[in-house]
Design a protein around this ligand. Structure first.
Ligand code: SF4
Ligand code: SF4
Ligand code: SF4
Length: 265
């Protein structure tokens, strides 16, 4: 692969299509964007695949001329709503990047407080900030594709970008994390006294946490047809309280539709 005179990449003299992509963040820790920049060994391949025109975490300047927008973070302020709608208008494809963008992520925990002003006072004291209940990107605009995880898995993002660039369909695993965990030959964490949401959580992270002997917290949301009753039974069988289960299920917002939304504090 070589750079053409006009900057267009060519292979055997044939111009290669490189979609113009932009990265944006809303209320988030920016950890998903950081994942893209991590692991420099694959970064150059990724950059030869797409034409990055906007990525505040990685470059100065930027352009409003893009086809694919990767959008990280949840929506917690009115000005974010306006900005997101503007991005939606410009992008052909809008990708929700990470659990904050897909489900509200850890940010959505604040939606559980009945009195948000009391919570704001507790956190920010005499320096209040504008902070509304958390909304997902999909609550505001049409989302074409969701990439799950807190943070997203870099390899998965790169694979998806490749599939978009070459027009190949994108297939997400429907099975739970346990399948990957077993394939990785891990000892089940329940046997080691640690709770884990692997049986009901969507795979695709290659059982990232159990590989390091940490239980799954469900950051990728539910697998297809998760058996929540059985999950509860397993937790009870191994002596974990209802509170432990709820803490995990509520953490990233992915399971909210299965547990019913509502304030608990
Ligand atoms: S999904 Fe997690 S890593 Fe990504 S921006 Fe949100 S909090 Fe950060
Ligand atoms: S450790 Fe978790 S993901 Fe792995 S097999 Fe046990 S329950 Fe499933
Ligand atoms: S194991 Fe669970 S919490 Fe950990 S990255 Fe995978 S889905 Fe997320």
């Amino acid at each position: 692969m070589e750079a053409g005179e006009t900057g267009t990449r060519t292979y055997l003299g044939v111009p290669l299509y490189r979609p113009r992509v932009a990265f944006f963040e809303f209320s988030s820790c920016e950890g998903c964007q950081l994942q893209i920049l991590n692991n420099e060994s694959t970064l150059l391949d990724f950059l030869s695949l797409v034409d990055v025109v906007n990525f505040r975490e990685a470059m100065t300047g930027g352009s409003d001329d893009y086809e694919i927008a990767f959008v990280e973070g949840s929506i917690t302020r009115d000005d974010e709503v306006k900005r997101l709608k503007k991005i939606r208008k410009k992008a052909k494809t809008l990708v929700a990047l990470g659990s904050c963008a897909c489900f509200g992520g850890v940010n959505q925990l604040k939606n559980r407080f009945k009195d948000i002003n009391k919570a704001k006072k507790e956190v920010y004291g005499r320096h209040p900030i504008d902070s509304e209940p958390v909304r997902t990107l999909e609550d505001i605009v049409k989302v074409d594709l969701k990439i799950y995880g807190c943070p997203v898995k870099k390899e998965e993002v790169e694979k998806i970008a490749l599939h978009i660039a070459i027009g190949k369909s994108i297939v997400f695993p429907k099975y739970p994390v346990c399948m990957e965990c077993k394939r990785n030959e891990n000892i089940c964490l329940f046997e080691l006294g640690e709770p884990c949401l692997g049986p009901v959580t969507r795979a695709g992270c290659d059982s990232w946490c159990p590989n390091s002997r940490a239980g799954c917290w469900g950051c990728r949301g539910p697998a297809d047809e998760p058996n929540m009753e059985q999950m509860k039974k397993i937790m009870e069988e191994y002596g974990f309280s209802e509170e432990t289960i709820m803490d995990r299920l509520e953490c990233f917002g992915g399971f909210s539709s299965l547990m019913g939304k509502g304030n608990t504090k």
